[in-house]
Design a protein around this ligand. Structure first.
Ligand SMILES: N[C@@H](CCC(=O)N[C@@H](CS)C(=O)NCC(=O)O)C(=O)O
Length: 288
C-alpha cells in the first residue's frame, strides 16, 4: 500500500503546480483564456487537432474515406498544441466548448457545422458520406455498441492507467493496480470479441475499429505508454492480430502521423492541407 498521510481539506483548493505532466494546462474552470480566430483553409472540412489517440481516430477516418474515393472528405488539419494552451483560444472554444481535441468544422453547410467528441465526429463523417458504418440495423447497432464502449472505456486506459503508469510524478501502487486491473479486463473483453470475427463489429471494417485501434491497438503495439510488456500484450492474441492487421492499412499509416508532434521525424506531419503533404511536408523533410 502507498504510504499516504495527506487528508483532503474541507473545501478543495486549486494547486496551480501539482508537479504533474499537465499542471500547466489543467484548470478547474472552462472557457477561453485568450482571443484568437482559428485559421480556415481551402477544403470543406477543417480539423483542429493533435496526433494523440483521440486525434488519430479522425485523421484515420478521413484518410480511409479518401482512400474509398470520397473526394468531399478532403480536409485541412491544423495543429492545436494542447501543451501550449491552444485549446483555450476563443476560436477553438467556439468549435468545442469542452476545449479538447479533436474538433471539426464542416464548411460545406451554411453556417458551418461544428462537431466535437471524437466518437461523434466519426459518426458524423460515416453518415455524411455513407461509409464505414453498416446500413442494416443489426450491423449498425453492433458497430455503435463498440464505438460507445470505446468512448466510455478509453478514459480508464488513458486518463487512468496511462496517466498513473506513465505520466504521474509519483508511482502510486494503489492507483496503478486499480487501473491496470481495469485496463486488463477491457483488453480481455476486446480479445474475446476479436476471437469471433476479423474486426470488432464482425467481418466488416467500421468506425468501431477506427475508434478503438488508436487506443487499444497502439498500447499493445507499444506505441504509447511503453506498457506492452507490463500489460503482457502477448496474452491478447486476437487483439494483437487485429492491431497488426489494421496497422498495415495505407490510410492508417497516413492518418496516424497527421498532427503528430512526437516520435520519429518521418512520422510527424504537423499540418495536412493536401494529399501530397505526406510526401513533402513530414518533419524529416522539412528539417532536413
Ligand atoms: N472525449 C473526448 C476526449 C478528448 C480528449 O481528451 N482530448 C485531449 C487530448 S487526447 C485534450 O484535448 N486535452 C487537452 C486538455 O485537456 O486541455 C473525445 O473523444 O473527443
Amino acid at each position: 500500500m502507498t504510504d499516504n498521510t495527506w487528508q483532503p481539506p474541507k473545501v478543495w483548493e486549486w494547486k496551480k503546480n501539482n508537479g504533474g505532466a499537465f499542471a500547466n494546462i489543467n484548470r478547474p474552470v472552462s472557457g477561453p483564456t485568450h482571443e484568437k480566430v482559428l485559421p480556415v483553409g481551402k477544403h470543406p472540412l477543417q480539423l483542429y487537432s493533435l496526433g494523440t489517440p483521440n486525434g488519430q481516430k479522425v485523421t484515420i477516418m478521413l484518410e480511409e474515406l479518401l482512400a474509398l474515393g470520397v473526394t468531399g472528405a478532403e480536409y485541412d488539419a491544423w495543429l492545436i498544441r494542447i501543451g501550449e494552451g491552444d485549446q483555450f483560444s476563443s476560436g477553438f472554444v467556439d468549435v468545442n466548448p469542452n476545449s479538447k481535441i479533436p474538433a471539426l468544422s464542416d464548411h460545406s453547410t451554411t453556417p458551418p457545422t461544428r462537431v466535437f467528441e471524437s466518437g461523434n465526429i466519426l459518426l458524423y463523417l460515416a453518415e455524411k458520406f455513407g461509409h464505414l458504418l453498416p446500413k442494416d440495423p443489426a450491423g449498425r447497432t453492433e458497430t455503435l455498441n463498440w464505438l460507445f464502449w470505446l468512448q466510455g472505456a478509453a478514459p480508464f486506459l488513458g486518463g487512468g492507467f496511462g496517466h498513473f503508469f506513465n505520466y504521474a510524478p509519483v508511482k502510486i501502487e494503489y492507483a496503478i493496480d486499480r487501473f491496470t486491473m481495469e485496463a486488463k479486463r477491457q483488453f480481455d473483453v476486446l480479445d474475446k470479441q476479436l476471437g469471433r470475427g476479423r474486426y470488432v463489429a464482425g467481418e466488416e471494417y467500421t468506425i468501431a475499429d477506427i475508434a478503438i485501434w488508436p487506443w487499444y491497438g497502439n498500447v499493445l503495439l507499444g506505441n504509447v505508454y511503453n506498457a506492452a510488456e507490463f500489460l503482457d500484450a502477448q496474452s491478447y492474441k486476437n487483439v494483437l492480430r487485429w492491431a497488426n492487421d489494421i496497422a498495415h492499412r495505407p490510410a492508417v499509416k497516413r492518418g496516424r502521423i497527421v498532427n503528430k508532434t512526437n516520435g520519429p521525424l518521418e512520422e510527424q506531419l504537423h499540418e495536412r492541407h493536401d494529399a501530397s503533404d505526406f510526401d513533402t511536408q513530414t518533419e524529416d523533410k522539412r528539417q532536413g
